[in-house]
Design a binder for this molecule. Structure first.
Ligand code: ZN
Ligand code: MN
Length: 490
């Protein structure tokens, strides 16, 4: 069934579960390093391997991050809460349970406003709880999937990574825009988490993962239908596409008089979902309070101090910077599209005009980043170095062309801009006698142009400027050279 027809007949209801990997130095319950990758099983210990007799200790920074996330989502923060064992038998967790939270999440009852093309959608947050991640299974065989694998390898590096799982209440009333609202919510969340500094929020590396629940109800009935949960969708675009697909798939089943099966589904980048396991019910996990960990009782005064120190709302920050920098909507969209907001802000803070800062990051440096497959923030040139180059331009020691050469040298790891200018002799010629001599040679080399200028045809000066710049090896200030030629021919 096509999409327009599907949303004509049915109202979609969304439910989004987002797992955020926290960027704490160590894991949630042990001292093992918490970072991406590493040789298999190199970051493990008796606690995250679940060996008998080992005891977990909760990571205070992870608790703090979870509370800060909850505050940013306008949640209530529990006065006391506990961890719970979520029991299941699968080799990605040697303990046969995941330490999570169940009936007492640390954050609950939040609400956020998500904007989409000028329209605001209210998203209610049911809970945001702390839990540990599981290890990874690597299925060896032709497909790389468990079906048809010859054997599987286990890597427990990820086991025990601190996660915050953020769960929305059903989001209704979005109609045909449901997939875009879901995408806008996750984008909003990603921006918030980045501003909080609690996670790398790299969807492609799995530090932000989204499970998208969707059900349909007959138009106007207001009754929630049977939902499916599409697991681990790992890009904003895929969230939108996966939900669009599920709306069409479920609508076709329902319109045909069939029933949607409650199950988890897998998203495939070619544009479809396929069934996974049928969804467990909570009782299948036999949750019970974790006996090895004490209750969490965050001090209300501490929580309030965390609230006071929350960063500026990312959307408000964008609006403020756009006004401060005097950029049009289009110019600001370019900055955001290139993820250049932080570096431009830091460059402006280092003394560069907003226009020049924006120009550097969206031209030379963006080109370099794209060619090298890097994010702008990872380009080997700092905002301070950009400011140093721009200061050389502003003081008349470099023209734009030389400045680009200096920038290339900085990017190639040749050192600081000042050192590069000195070592390569890149500064503009400022010696007046040398400039005058170059101008005179250029005038002599272009007698016809010189005659035209003498007769008042100012546009003829271009040829002489070109000749003088060649005499100067490109290291002349074009405006200054032009002025000297006109004075010479006056
Ligand atoms: Zn460990
Ligand atoms: Mn979870």
């Amino acid at each position: 069934m096509d999409y327009d027809q599907a949303v004509e007949l049915f109202d979609p209801a969304l439910g989004l579960e987002v797992h955020v990997e926290l960027n704490t130095a160590s894991k949630l319950f042990c001292g093992c390093a918490n970072r991406f990758s590493g040789p298999p099983n190199s970051r493990t210990c008796p606690v995250c391997l679940g060996l008998p007799g080992s005891l977990p200790v909760v990571n205070a920074r992870a608790v703090e991050s979870a509370i800060r996330i909850g505050l940013a989502l306008n949640c209530q923060i529990a006065r006391q809460c506990c961890f719970a064992r979520k029991n299941y038998f699968y080799p990605d967790m040697t303990k046969d349970f995941q330490t999570s939270q169940y009936d007492e999440p640390i954050c609950f009852d939040g609400r956020v406003a998500v904007e989409l093309a000028g329209q605001v959608f209210d998203v209610e947050i049911e809970r945001a709880h702390l839990e540990e991640d599981a290890g990874q299974l690597l299925h060896q065989g032709a497909t790389g999937r468990i079906q048809g694998a010859d054997y599987s390898l286990v890597d427990y590096n990820r086991a025990g990574t601190p996660l915050v799982e953020i769960v929305t209440r059903p989001i209704t009333g979005t109609g045909a825009q449901a997939p875009q609202v879901a995408r806008a919510y996750v984008a909003w969340l990603r921006d918030q988490l980045r501003a909080l500094g609690v996670s790398d929020v790299r969807m492609e590396q799995g530090s932000l993962r989204c499970d998208a629940n969707l059900s349909l109800s007959p138009k106007g009935s207001g009754v929630l239908g049977t939902r499916t949960e599409t697991k681990n969708v790992n890009s904003l675009r895929s969230i939108e596409r996966a939900l669009g697909y599920e709306i069409r798939r479920q609508a076709a089943i329902l319109a045909d008089g069939g029933r949607v099966v409650q199950e988890t589904r897998h998203w495939h980048e070619e544009g479809t979902t396929s069934p996974g396991r049928s969804k467990e019910q909570a009782e299948d996990y036999r949750y019970f309070p974790e006996p090895d960990l004490p209750q969490l009782r965050p001090d209300p005064e501490w929580v309030e101090s965390l609230r006071r120190r929350l960063p500026e709302d990312p959307r408000a920050r964008v609006a403020r910077l756009q006004a401060e920098w005097g950029l049009t909507d289009l110019e600001m969209r370019d900055v955001l599209g290139a993820e250049a907001l932080d570096v431009v802000e830091a460059t402006v803070a280092a003394g560069v005009s907003p226009a020049a800062a924006r120009k550097w990051w969206l031209t030379e440096l963006l080109r370099f980043a794209n060619a090298a497959g890097l994010e702008l923030a990872a380009v080997p040139m700092t905002p301070a170095q950009v400011a140093a180059v721009q200061a050389l331009v502003d003081s008349g020691r470099l023209n734009d062309k030389l400045a680009r050469q200096v920038t290339e040298a900085v990017l190639a790891g040749e050192g600081e801009p000042d050192q590069i200018v000195a070592r390569r002799g890149l500064a503009l010629v400022s010696d007046t006698a040398q400039l005058q001599a170059a101008v005179e040679r250029a005038v002599a080399a272009c007698p016809q142009a010189a005659e035209s200028v003498r007769q008042g045809k100012a546009q003829a000066v271009g040829a002489i400027i070109g000749a003088a710049m060649r005499e100067l090896g490109g290291q002349g200030d074009a405006a200054q050279v032009r002025q000297l030629i006109l004075e010479t021919l006056a």
